[in-house]
Ligand binder design. Structure first.
Ligand SMILES: Cc1ncc(COP(=O)(O)O)c(C=O)c1O
Length: 418
């Protein structure tokens, strides 16, 4: 494994290059990317010709050939992207309502199925009502920009998703150490009287670590200090809680969290996002959230599939059971092999390596063995926290997982990861 100075460079070096305008900056970045491609370390935007499922056909960038790979790089935890019922419901809505909503939701773009989904997702999250967005990013960013201003404070876990951070750009922000209640309490104590609205915002399950937020304790602290709580359920929905309803069900906090946001793109297998809360707050968002007001409503096909996704989660508990069987089996074996998987507790498994070059090399070796995992470098994680990110589906079989474990064992030894 030959490393050059080029290999020490990361995306961080191209945010702002002294004296370079946008085109010069793009040229420099392109030179870097060409080097990454030359050493076969470019594993982003791999192209699939079949879609999300445990085995996926992928066009190999380097050989130009199509190959079948075991796919552990999705957030499609219950594989609802391929469920016959979600597909049929999408087709039915497509045929009835057409390919698009035709307008923004406040004007002509609200159909009866949008209202049905709003009510259904609100109930699923034990809230009064919900607002739909075209992505989870828009849901977090658009709602927070509408709610928080310069007299308020957002107190964020250090590892919350970028969409939350971006949504807080008009307000005061303080970060507490990841999942650390002491650190949170110190900030709450210091912020006691200074702000109009105090809101603690966390992810229910963290996207790059797979660990669970201690939401029960956070809600207790919020009560003591007069703060609101918002939780992003992106990776919790369809994964944790007895019936896959997410963090509130997992901790028995139904009705006790002020704002619940999430995406429809992961455990629910489609695209889009939502914010659920009390009736008044949702009404406020309808009129003040710009990514809702000024953006066309979700397509009927997506909405039809999503209503059915919720029905499937409720009526086919074996999907969740299979997912957890896979999680327990995979975790036990990764630990047995000696990988550093941090505090992973859900369907997301980081293999934390730290060195960018080695992480890229590991991704390449897995790719060559027909195993598709995510390469995660800065800025998706902090510098020197680079990792492979493997995520499981309920439809992976033991045979798939054994093949992955076998390859990991070999590569782990080769690269000194274990
Ligand atoms: C925690 C979290 N929140 C929000 C999002 C954004 O969701 P979407 O992909 O629907 O925009 C993601 C991932 O994409 C995420 O991981």
């Amino acid at each position: 494994m030959q490393k050059s100075n080029f290999d020490e460079i990361s995306l961080r070096d191209f945010f702002d290059i002294d004296g370079c305008d946008i085109m010069q900056r793009a040229k420099k970045f392109s030179e870097h990317l060409n080097h990454v491609k030359e050493i076969k370390h470019h594993y982003y935007k791999r192209v699939s010709t079949t879609g999300s499922s445990p085995i996926m056909t992928v066009c190999d960038r380097y050989s130009g050939l199509k190959k079948e790979m075991i796919y552990l790089a999705s957030n499609d935890y219950l594989n609802l992207t391929r469920h016959p019922r979600t597909i049929a419901a999408g087709v039915k809505a497509l045929e009835k309502y057409g390919t698009g909503a035709g307008s923004v939701p406040l004007l002509g773009g609200t159909f009866d199925i949008h209202i049905e989904l709003e009510k259904k997702i609100a109930k699923f999250k034990s809230c009064d009502n919900a607002i739909l967005y075209t992505s989870g990013y828009n849901a977090n960013c658009g709602s927070l920009l509408a709610l928080l201003g310069e007299k308020d404070i957002a107190i964020l876990d250090k590892l919350v998703h970028a969409s939350i951070i971006d949504g807080c750009k008009n307000t005061n922000v303080k970060f507490f150490k990841h999942n650390n209640l002491k650190s949170l309490e110190q900030i709450l104590e210091r912020s006691k009287k200074q702000y109009r609205t105090k809101i603690i915002i966390v992810d229910g399950v963290y996207s790059m670590d797979g660990d669970i937020s201690p939401l029960d304790k956070i809600v207790e602290l919020a009560k003591i200090y007069g703060a609101y709580v918002m939780v992003d359920e992106a990776h919790a929905t369809g994964v944790i809680g007895k019936n896959g309803k997410g963090s509130l069900e997992h901790f028995g906090l139904e009705g006790k969290v002020d704002i619940v946001s999430g995406t429809f793109s992961k455990g629910m297998g489609c695209v889009g996002g939502f914010v659920a809360a009390n009736e008044e707050l949702i009404e406020l968002l309808y009129f003040y959230s710009r990514s809702y007001m000024f953006s066309t409503a979700p397509t009927p096909q997506v909405v039809g599939s999503l209503i059915e996704s919720l029905n499937v989660i409720e009526s086919e508990p074996e999907l969740l059971r299979n997912l957890w069987q896979n999680i327990n089996y995979f975790k036990e074996n990764l630990l047995r092999l000696g990988f550093n998987i941090g505090n992973s507790e859900t369907a997301i498994f980081p293999i934390i390596i730290g060195d960018d070059y080695k992480t890229q090399e590991a991704c390449k070796l897995l790719h060559e063995r027909g195993i598709y995992v995510n390469l995660v470098l800065y800025p998706a994680v902090q510098m020197r926290a680079s990792r492979l990110r493997l995520s499981l589906m309920s439809t992976h079989t033991k045979e798939h997982l054994d093949k992955v474990l076998e390859a990991l064992e070999e590569i782990g030894k080769k690269l000194d990861l274990v």
